[in-house]
Each structure stands twice: as C-alpha cells, then as structure tokens.
Design a protein around this ligand. Structure first.
Ligand SMILES: [Zn+2]
Length: 340
C-alpha cells in the first residue's frame, strides 16, 4: 500500500473518529460563576452547600443587607480549608430571594481557586416567603422565561450564568398550584437549557409528585436531583433511583448517630447496585444574614474527616468514594437536555 492509500484507508478514518470523540467530549461542560468549564475538570465536588443565606423573605431581602468584603473574610478560610482537602468544585444552592449573590460567589471563587456553581429558580418552601410576588401572577411559561433569560444572558447584568435550577417544594404529596407551577417552570427551563433540576424535597410523596410533573413535560428522571432524600425512607430512594433520579444525601455532619445512618444508606444503595445514582454533601455553611454573629458557621469538612474513614472501615473502595464525590456530581451537573 502506498503512502497516499495508507493515509486514506487508515489515518483519515482514525482522525475523524478522534474528531467525533473530542467534539462529543467538548460538549460536556458545567457552568461555573467564572464561565463554562469542562465537566472533566470538576474533580472532587461538594454537590450541595451554602455560602450565604438570608431568611428574611422576598419582600425585604437584597444586596444592601450584607457587606461582601465582610462575608468574604468570614467564608474564605472555610473554602481554603476544603481546597487543602482536595475539593475543586462547590455547588452553591441558595436561590434568588434567599441570599443568592453571584458577584460574591465569583469573588470567593477567584480568591479560593474553587469552582463555584450558582443557580436559577425559586424557593417555595418555608411557607413561600422566599417567593417574589410575580410567582402568583405569572404562568409557568413566564417564570421559565425569566430563568431561561438568566441562562442566556446572565444574572442581573453580572454576566454570571446559572449552573443548575434550584427549586424547593412543600412536603405534601399533592403540590398546591404554586408549587406545581414552579416545578413545571423548572421542567420547561430544563428542556431549553439542559440545566439540572435540584429540588429541595423532604418527603418521598413530594418527590414522586415532582417527578410526575417533570415526566408529563417530557423531562427524564436523570435531570432531577431529589435533594434532602436522607429525610425519607431507603425503600423510596431505591425505587426512585431505579427510575433514574439522583438521590442526594446532603446533610453529612460529625454526629456519630447521623454518620451511622449515612453509612447504612450508602451501604444499602451499594448492595442494590445504585451507588451510581447517589450524590453527597453537607448542606453546610453559611453566613447567616439575619443573625451574622449568632449562628455558628458549619464547615464543609465532615465528609473528609468522618464519613470517608467510616465508609472505608465498612469496605468501601477508593473507586466507590470517587464515584460519589467525582463521577456522580459530574454527571448530575453536566449541562445537557435529558428528555424522557
Ligand atoms: Zn440547602
């Protein structure tokens, strides 16, 4: 075979295969407060944490309520602490009207070297007090329009784009019309943006109600994170994980009874072959705007100092731990439309 023929027969197909492979890898991104980054670079990820929360309510909250420099000096040491433990990415789950501050998050990301994700969406829990008035007057399509606009154009002229959708519903199995509307808006936003839906949901009944709405809109369970699943029963985790839902165990603390519960849940999910549907975090922090001096800041470290050693003593391998802290959050937060 002469060189030209060899080139045509072997090198060209190989090159096009490589091109196809690299293009499909290129599409795997997450959106951080500093812009797009390859999903591959996410590394060890804390999938549900908070930097700052303001529980005062949608009618009174705003950036005037805190001083960014003051928050930065309080929070930065906690981020540097986890950076030393190998954390590369932190998913910040505080939605708008509850203390979301994209500029503060970008400052912290720049100074800590940790990638941070922020979000779009509304928080309907805590008696709907974090919902702005237009939630009652607008349709699901209009709410989704606002969230899709944040994805396309950035949040409030900052140029910072959301990396996922955060919503929060009540615990009841029957969601009222406002909650239903918020979940529908999340579904519509997902289909247009590929952003994953992280839903604060305390009961399995509410998780099933959300999933039904999402599926009616044509969204795959794989686009849905059942946040705070640890509050519900293992049998429901197993059932929803089998359908493709991400099960989030996200309140790891140093408390020994709690740690036992996490080891039990994770061991059972492993025994059922469902470890690849689980994500882990602390739901920790945070700078509390309502009472900055009075509320203890919970560090983001219990997974590394307590849970991982406990899991290892129960036979978990390094591979399984990196599945929980790297592979799963990467897959969960990669921006991709997932249709039913
Ligand atoms: Zn949270």
């Amino acid at each position: 075979m002469n060189i030209r023929k060899f080139h045509r027969a072997c090198i060209m197909p190989l090159l096009s295969l490589l091109l196809i492979f690299s293009c499909s890898r290129e599409q795997e991104i997450i959106m951080s407060v500093k812009g797009k980054i390859p999903s591959d670079s996410m590394g060890i990820t804390l999938a549900h944490e908070h930097i700052l929360v303001d529980f005062i309510g949608a009618d009174s909250t705003g950036y005037h309520r805190w001083n960014r420099q003051e928050v930065l000096s309080k929070v930065l040491p906690y981020l540097l602490e986890i950076k030393n433990m190998g954390v590369k990415t932190l998913v910040e789950c505080t939605p708008a009207y509850l203390g979301r501050d994209p500029l503060l998050l970008r400052m912290l990301s720049e100074q800590s070297g940790i990638a941070i994700l922020t979000n779009t969406g509304y928080y309907g829990a805590i008696g709907k007090k974090a919902l702005p008035p237009h939630t009652w007057t607008e349709s699901a399509e209009q709410l989704a329009g606002r969230w899709i606009d944040e994805w396309k154009n950035g949040i409030e002229n900052t140029g910072i784009r959301p990396g996922f959708i955060k919503i929060a519903v009540q615990s009841d199995s029957l969601l009222d019309s406002i909650h239903e509307k918020i979940v529908r808006a999340a579904a519509l936003t997902h289909l247009k943006t590929g952003l994953t839906i992280n839903a604060h949901t305390e009961s399995a009944a509410a998780a099933r109600a959300e999933l039904k709405i999402l599926q009616n809109e044509g969204v795959s369970p794989r686009a849905f994170i059942w946040t705070h699943a640890q509050i519900a029963q293992l049998s429901d985790h197993i059932d929803l994980a089998r359908q493709g839902v991400w099960v989030s165990y996200d309140n790891v603390t140093t408390d020994s009874a709690e740690l036992k519960k996490y080891v039990y849940l994770l061991s059972e999910m492993k025994a059922h072959g469902l470890l690849d549907r689980v994500i882990l975090s602390h739901d920790a922090g945070w700078y509390d705007v309502v009472n900055p001096a009075g509320v203890t800041f919970r560090p983001y470290t219990a997974i590394f100092t307590h849970l991982i050693p406990a899991l290892k003593s129960h036979g978990f391998t390094d591979r399984e731990i990196s599945l929980l802290l790297m592979d799963n959050p990467r897959k969960a937060y990669t921006v991709r439309v997932r249709k039913k």
